[in-house]
Design a protein around this ligand. Structure first.
Ligand code: NCD
Ligand code: ZN
Length: 358
């Protein structure tokens, strides 16, 4: 068994559901799940209820996190059809980035108007990037606007071979684009729907084995991993109208560590994609004396120990994994050890993008 120390792991795509859906998750339970999963920083998405689409709603989330976050956290603003970009971008310095949904998913946020999409991409002042949910043909539209306006855009949860190939072309032609891939698109395919059934609903949908192979083959063009932790209860997933999304904070590192053990990924590639690159993309400050200790080797099954996420389930339950989070240390203080959260709510700090970092 080998112990490896990772510099402050960052999950740049989580849905902590506060405010609006406390039965699925809230900032306290979601940041506890993050620590148990080995993450020291999480970046929270704006599709809450209400959505984070005004400076006041962003400030409300910041205030809530200062009372209840166990680990460090940053918040995205969300672009919406209902507001002009000018009313949103004034809070850019308080947000870790701007999330633009151009495809349908859980929640009410979506831009379906080219003029507005163009204005948001043109006007966003940074320093954080624009993050888009842009699948299929919409990806081409977003890449073109990023290129045209020289605006850094980070593509969330890339799932298809054709998409990662287009991102590669865009990078090679100088478009300021970065991207992330989720563990569920790296370790599950649509073949798993036979066992997952409607619990396998997720956006982007699980793809083909060929798509999955192409993602692995393009690891050099994948900047970051992201759980897209999207907790819904098992009752909701089994209902007549199952919402899309999987919890992922506590399964991401064990799965990626297993890929390291299987020599599909190197430790250096993993550290780049859970720390160095996301820190750079999101202009995050350095968090000193903060690291996660993992154990490589041994074998255990995901789901055999209870999850901290309020969702309480995982599409990976039963998967045999060969890596485990032992200890999470933030600013010199042990935050998670012995399967227990060691820091109180409010210990986590709210992070803002640094204008001069990297
Ligand atoms: C996410 C959710 O539930 O908030 N669902 C999902 O399937 N990924 C929304 C999203 O990230 O698109
Ligand atoms: Zn998401």
């Amino acid at each position: 068994m080998t112990i490896v120390r990772f510099p402050a792991p960052i999950d740049p795509h989580v849905h902590l559901r506060e405010p609006g859906y406390p039965h699925k998750e809230d900032i306290a339970s979601g940041t506890a799940a993050a620590l148990a999963g080995g993450f020291i920083v999480v970046l929270d998405m704006p599709n809450t209820r209400p959505p984070t689409d005004t400076p006041e709603r962003l400030q409300d989330k910041i205030d809530r996190a200062r009372r209840s976050a166990h680990c460090d956290i940053g918040f995205f603003l969300g672009a919406t059809n209902d507001r002009r970009p000018e009313t949103v971008v004034i809070a850019a310095k308080q947000a870790i980035g701007l999330k633009i949904y151009v495809n349908d998913t859980f929640g009410s946020l979506r831009i379906d108007n080219l003029e507005l999409l163009n204005e948001y991409i043109k006007q966003w002042p940074g320093p954080g990037p624009i993050v888009t949910h842009a699948e299929g043909l919409m990806l081409a539209a977003v890449l073109a606007l990023s290129h045209y306006h020289r605006q850094p855009v980070h593509i969330a949860h890339v799932s298809r071979g054709a998409e990662i190939k287009l991102i590669r072309k865009a990078k090679e032609s100088g478009t300021p684009v970065t991207c992330e891939v989720t563990p569920h698109h790296l370790f599950l395919t649509q073949n798993d729907l036979t066992t997952l059934g409607q619990r396998g609903e997720v956006r982007p949908r699980l793809a083909t084995p060929e798509d999955q192979t192409t993602l692995w083959e393009h690891m050099a063009w994948i900047d970051s991993f992201a759980s897209d932790h999207a907790p819904h209860t098992i009752a909701e997933k089994d209902s007549n109208n199952p919402p899309p999304g999987f919890p992922g904070l506590e399964t991401t590192l064990p799965l990626l560590l297993t890929a390291v053990q299987e020599k599909r990924l190197t430790i250096e590639q993993l550290i780049a994609r859970i720390h160095t690159n996301p820190r750079h993309i999101f202009h995050l400050p350095e968090i000193t004396d903060s690291y996660t200790e993992v154990e490589l080797g041994g074998e255990w099954r995901l789901g055999e120990e209870p999850f901290f996420t309020r969702a309480g389930w995982s599409p990976f339950s039963g998967f045999l994994v060969r890596g485990r989070v032992r200890r999470t240390v933030i600013r010199g203080k042990v935050a998670f050890a012995d399967k227990t959260i060691k820091v109180p709510p409010g210990f986590g700090e709210v992070l803002f993008p640094q204008s001069n970092s990297c």
